[in-house]
Design a protein around this ligand. Structure first.
Ligand code: ADP
Ligand code: MG
Length: 330
């Protein structure tokens, strides 16, 4: 079992940033309004994610750590996935690759914690915490030095963690995010995005301003288009605010960050007539649809998607963006 867990874990968890992604997604799924991420040494020695979400009941703590135990899907319909989680794999995998401790409290009950290390689970113990969950992963890959060797410098890993947190923060403008680095005993806030209020477009604009900067916010066109069951929203920058590299293209499907070739190609195609070949558009775009119209179960890291009708999505992106660009005189 432990060996299987370790092998499977490697598919999803290749570096600290992938662990952070899983933990923050869980916090979002739990309905958190405030998520704090603390790392040390690029996340190699410490990752701690604290949320004020619904919590995990004491009886469910061991279950949450059991392989393929998820509270988010009943197993009858793998295509119909609305929340981030769909395999019940993250927590057991984390327990296999490092020293994992979960402390949690649901409303109306006391807090409890459980620890697991090297795949071996300790018993559930009483603890102190307000409603929500703290998941702490120490010494990732300590038992697999070969994997540890593949990690990059602390600085590069910390940067990758920051990128993951920023991507997730873009998709959840009403949630506050704070990322702290406690390497070497000092505490530095490396990213902070306060919870936004107002309607979704205002909130998203405010959030993109804190993640992508004021220049982006001031040069971004709101996008809002629909077609054949797909809804496209977000902000796309004017062609004058383009980049020399394709580094600022953020795409989300049903709230999940994705890096999908088809979607990136559609974004590129939309700007084809208004950008020279060496320039790249900047955008944060959200495609939302009935979960039945998209298969997110393509890769364990869940960054690729397969649409039932890719042509419709591509057409929506191209026409939605071109329309907004034309209205802005481009
Ligand atoms: P998945 O997210 O795919 O369901 P995970 O292994 O990530 O699987 O988590 C297992 C289960 O533990 C979840 O289904 C959920 O019930 C519970 N859980 C994990 N993290 C949290 C959290 N931060 N708050 C509340 N429940 C959580
Ligand atoms: Mg999960």
């Amino acid at each position: 079992e432990a060996a299987i867990n370790r092998i499977a874990a490697g598919e999803v968890l290749e570096r600290p940033a992938s662990a952070v992604k899983e933990l923050v997604e869980n916090a979002v799924d739990a309905g958190a309004t405030r998520i704090e991420i603390v790392i040390a040494d690029g996340g190699k020695t410490l990752i701690r994610v604290t949320d004020d979400g619904c919590g995990i009941a004491a009886d469910d703590l061991p279950l949450a750590l059991a392989r393929h135990a998820t509270s988010k899907i009943d197993g009858t319909d793998l295509l119909n996935i609305t929340s981030f989680g769909f395999r019940g794999e993250a927590l057991p995998s984390l327990g296999a690759v490092g020293r994992l401790a979960i402390t949690s409290r649901v409303a109306g009950a006391d807090a409890h914690s459980i620890a697991v290390s090297g795949g071996r689970m300790a018993e559930v113990r009483p603890a102190a915490l307000s409603v929500g969950t703290v998941v702490e992963l120490r010494d990732m890959f300590y038992a697999t030095p070969a994997r540890l060797k593949f990690l990059r410098t602390d600085r590069a890993e910390a940067q990758a963690v920051g990128d993951v947190v920023k991507r997730l923060a873009m998709a959840e403008p009403f949630v506050s995010f704070i990322l702290r680095d406690v390497s070497g005993g000092d505490s530095r806030t490396t990213f902070r995005a306060d919870a936004q209020t107002g309607d979704l477009f205002d909130a998203l604009h405010g959030r993109l301003r804190s993640v992508l900067g004021r220049d982006f916010a001031e040069n971004a066109l709101p996008i809002d288009a629909q077609r054949e069951g797909f809804h496209l929203t977000g902000y796309a920058a004017l062609p004058t605010y383009s980049r020399g590299a394709a580094i600022a293209q953020f795409l989300f499907v049903n709230g999940r960050p994705v890096r999908d070739k088809m979607l990136l190609g559609a974004l590129r195609a939309a700007y084809m007539d208004v950008l020279s070949r060496d320039r790249h558009p900047v955008a944060a775009l959200f495609v939302d649809c009935d979960p039945m119209l998209v298969d997110v179960n393509v890769h364990p890291a869940k960054s690729e998607v397969r649409f039932r009708d890719p042509g419709a999505v591509r057409g929506l992106i191209v026409s939605g963006l071109r329309h907004a660009l034309a209205e802005a005189g481009h």
